[in-house]
Write a protein that binds this ligand. Sequence first.
Ligand code: ADP
Ligand code: MG
Length: 284
Amino acid sequence: MVPAMYIEDVIPQKQPEIELQHITHTYKTDKRQANGKKYVTAITDINLTINKGELLVIVGPSGCGKSTLLDLFAGLAEPTSGKIIVADNAERKIGMSRGMVQQGYALFPWRTVRQNIEFGLEVRKISRKQRRAISDKYIGMVYLKGNEDKYPDELSGGMKQRVAIARSLAYNPSILLMDEPFAALDSQTREILQDELLQISNTTETTIIFVTHDISEAIILADRIGVMTSNPGTFKEIIETNLPKIRNAATIKTIPRYNELYQHILGLMKNGSLEDQIADNVSI
Ligand code: ADP
Ligand code: MG
């Protein structure tokens, strides 16, 4: 019999990074809503534990509260009710421990690729030599070598998004938050960036929370998938994908488990009423 100690040595134990308990978030509105109330409940009773180093994808239709949830993770908003427990008492504030990458690239147009990536390091007064070493590392990781001195308007959409990812990683965040970052890219570029993100996830310790409304993208990227629905905005199911850790966007679709997951998630997302789907403009 294998001693218990041995098993613990070879199977890394899951360590929680952030835990959400019964989180609800409402927005106050100026105008009365259709239900007569002057607030919108964006998310209701969210319970979720994110483990260190995992790539968790949150998939759901537009308006189900995905961006609201990321804002709470980032510390950009406080939940109306419920509790957020953070490991190691790390500060739940955007900055050093959180990196955010969104659909828009939000690059400084007057700064080069390297200067954009080094921006946060300059703010933190890191020496020029160290900045250079860090930006070199991430420029290599996102395949931008040779483009260091270009300005954003000389770059394609995919390259701009790579700069945004490198800039976030340069802070060495413990969590990288990504809000539909590839949604505006053509499908070929999107697949390349998905593969690059998988590689980053496999070669760094960074915990990644990635939001998308695209089921296929969720399956390609995720270790676990949280499927959200609207009205109320909450998790319908959290699924372990059980796909090979080393994978890529093109070959994953040939694995039977991919189809099984796709149909299952599609079913979960279709369960909302047809009116909801039309109102939410679900692209399924
Ligand atoms: P998603 O990112 O999934 O599209 P959001 O988190 O942006 O969803 O929005 C969830 C719900 O909260 C939607 O009904 C949206 O209209 C509403 N909402 C988001 N931000 C605000 C705000 N600042 N004020 C009022 N309502 C908001
Ligand atoms: Mg959103």
